[in-house]
Design a protein around this ligand. Structure first.
Ligand SMILES: Cc1cc2nc3c(=O)[nH]c(=O)nc-3n(C[C@H](O)[C@H](O)[C@H](O)COP(=O)(O)O)c2cc1C
Length: 361
């Protein structure tokens, strides 16, 4: 049998990208126009994180929601000047400006909206009549089934793909701390979602690609999930350690310098576990509540008076390099990052390793 020489392409609704690799949306501004455009240009799918877009608009006299809408449109227009290839936007359900951010993505004709940190049950209502492809992010077959049944019943449509994010991912996680302690494997969750999706595909005579995310680090990992039946993978942590990543050099250096034991889970004001790298700021806020006045009103469920710190402020500070007052989130494998490389070199390495593993298997 001859060796395979190229990875499969990835189709999501009406778009196809050359590589079955998605760069996961990373807020706040870790994946903005620089990283997302570079990834799409190299043949994978780049994704802009929408959280915090209000910061990209300094027009006076506007509400937070209006600034979010305008800010995200500006970021997406910059992305479009850098690449004509398909790009995605990641919009978290927990955001108070969710509807405005979806409106901005639609107005800029962005090809794919990824939406997690909650179930995007009413997303189709916000994009009706458009060609935007919709990809919910779920962490279990149960969540996939609630979502598919709701969309089919209320909107007569199904997701264009599903990202299945496991407990090793960066950012906010769709598991309780107790669930994570039982170390659920991404392979198992992906297999369960694949089995459920198969029943939906048979019932509705459609195709829903399943994309695995969380802890995927090497090309051999990618090969394993493709073999399992996934149509592609979503990766975050590896893309932070690229020259094109929009975060500051000191943010990236935290990844290069951390040890496995420095990566811990904390409870975020969003109400979900957040994976972070230990630092002095964390030590401080774990001992004593940080006093702050809320200027963002960015999260639906956040009660500032009860939050130990302002998550928006802490993530924003970290990304610009003010680490004394910032929180650095990362995937469980961040300690395995040892150098900053270009997106081109990273994707070439992942392809090489993936093909070698597929041919071996
Ligand atoms: C710095 C950072 C920020 C993230 N921000 C978001 C976000 O804003 N929205 C989201 O849905 N996922 C977010 N994630 C999750 C990623 O999109 C991705 O699915 C996940 O990190 C994949 O796991 P990996 O980092 O092990 O590759 C973030 C991850 C990281 C590392």
């Amino acid at each position: 049998m001859s060796n395979q020489i190229a990875l499969p392409t990835l189709s999501i609704g009406n778009i196809t990208v050359n590589l079955p690799i998605i760069q996961g949306g990373m807020g706040v501004a870790v994946s903005s126009f620089g990283l997302a455009s570079a990834v799409s240009e190299e043949g994978a799918l780049g994704v802009v994180a929408a959280v915090g877009s209000a910061m990209a608009c300094d027009e006076p006299g506007l509400s937070y929601q209006q600034r979010s809408y305008r800010g995200l449109r500006t970021i997406l227009q910059k992305t479009r000047t850098l690449t004509q290839k398909p790009v995605g936007v990641n919009i978290m359900c927990a955001l108070s400006d969710y509807d405005q951010l979806v409106g901005a993505a639609v107005a800029e004709h962005i090809e794919v909206i990824f939406s997690g940190a909650g179930l995007p049950l009413h997303l189709p209502a916000l994009t009706e009549g458009t060609k935007t492809n919709l990809v919910p992010i779920v962490s279990s077959a149960r969540a996939a089934s609630i979502l598919c049944r709701t969309w089919a019943k209320k909107y007569h449509r199904l997701p264009d793909a599903l990202v299945v994010e496991g407990p090793m991912a960066g950012g906010h996680l769709g598991f309780s701390l107790d669930e994570i302690a039982q170390r659920p494997s991404l392979e198992k969750i992906v297999s369960e979602v694949l089995a459920y999706v198969k029943t939906v595909e048979e019932q509705y005579q459609c195709r829903i690609p399943v994309i695995a995310a969380g802890g995927i680090f090497t090309g051999a990992d990618i090969a394993r999930f493709l073999n399992l039946g996934a149509a592609g993978v979503q990766m975050g942590t590896r893309f932070v350690c690229t020259h094109e990543c929009d975060a500051s050099e000191s943010f990236k250096k935290m990844y290069l310098d951390c040890r496995e034991e420095d990566i811990i889970l904390v409870k975020s004001p969003v109400g979900l576990p957040l994976r972070v790298i230990k630092n002095a700021f964390l030590d401080r806020i774990m001992k004593e509540r940080e006093s702050f006045s809320c200027t963002y009103h960015c999260l639906k469920g956040c009660i500032p008076a009860r939050s130990p710190y302002c998550i928006a402020m802490a993530l924003t500070k970290a990304v610009v390099g003010a680490l004394d007052n910032g929180i650095v989130t990362c995937g469980a494998n961040a300690y395995r990052c040892h150098e900053i490389v270009s997106v081109h070199d990273l994707l070439s390495e992942l392809q090489r390793e993936c093909l070698a593993e597929q041919n071996r298997l």
